[in-house]
Design a protein around this ligand. Structure first.
Ligand code: NI
Length: 226
């Protein structure tokens, strides 16, 4: 399931992030991928241990872990600290699949990547190209969102970032281990949850709504791994 979550950051916050990011040292993005990824990845990133990446990343995760749509769609267990990347001058990241397991920096804990997130920090009109293209059984989906908006997509999918031929595309990205590993099950839970919320708005906590809520939690109990 892919989901667009608008306005994770306000335009003023995006401007502040961009100002701070513009003053930092960017390094070769190939530092955080394996050999296969390195052959197709051409961009720049903030180093994983960059204090600025940590600081801005914490703001993003704090925001998301309080966001009803993110919680409902990702059913997050834990996330890696967000990274930041920049594409310009024809840079791109060819078709690839993200590694299944990531080590949490500064620890010996690892995380399974179930849900990928990209938070756009450049406005679409600031650059040409740079679409995030995600492939699934329905075809290729191209994503280019307003600054401050986020796209969620399954980490199991093949995806690429098309070449940025003009301007600069700055984004933050990170992975989340979900309590529900399977994308199809997460999508079903999300739809059920959304329908329950909508019904509650129309008819309140009628017995049928309570029964469906119980059904949601019992499914989650069956499917969650902790
Ligand atoms: Ni990727």
């Amino acid at each position: 399931m892919m989901l667009h979550i608008p306005e994770i950051l306000s335009k003023a916050e995006v401007a502040e992030f961009r100002l701070l990011l513009a003053q930092s040292n960017w390094t070769d993005g190939r530092a955080t991928v394996g050999e296969q990824g390195a052959q197709v990845k051409r961009n720049r990133q903030l180093p994983v241990d960059s204090p600025l990446a940590r600081q801005l990343g914490e703001i993003i995760l704090q925001r998301l872990y309080q966001h009803p749509l993110f919680l409902a769609a990702a059913i997050p267990h834990r996330s890696v600290p967000p990274l930041f990347n920049s594409y310009a001058g024809g840079e791109h990241y060819g078709l690839h699949v993200d590694g299944a397991i990531r080590l949490l920096p500064g620890s010996n804990l690892s995380l399974r990547t179930d849900v990928s997130s990209t938070l756009f920090l450049s406005e679409p009109e600031e650059y040409v190209g740079g679409e995030l293209q995600v492939l699934d059984t329905y075809g290729a989906h191209e994503v280019k969102l307003p600054a401050g908006d986020l796209i969620l997509y399954p980490s199991t999918s093949l995806h690429q970032v098309l070449p940025v031929t003009e301007g600069e595309r700055v984004c933050s990205f990170f992975w989340t281990q979900s309590l529900v590993k399977d994308d199809a099950k997460r999508a079903m839970l999300f739809e059920l949850d959304s329908s329950i919320q909508s019904l509650r708005g129309k008819i309140g906590d009628a017995p049928e709504v309570l029964s469906l809520t119980g059904h949601y939690h019992n499914l989650l109990r069956q499917w969650a791994d902790l």
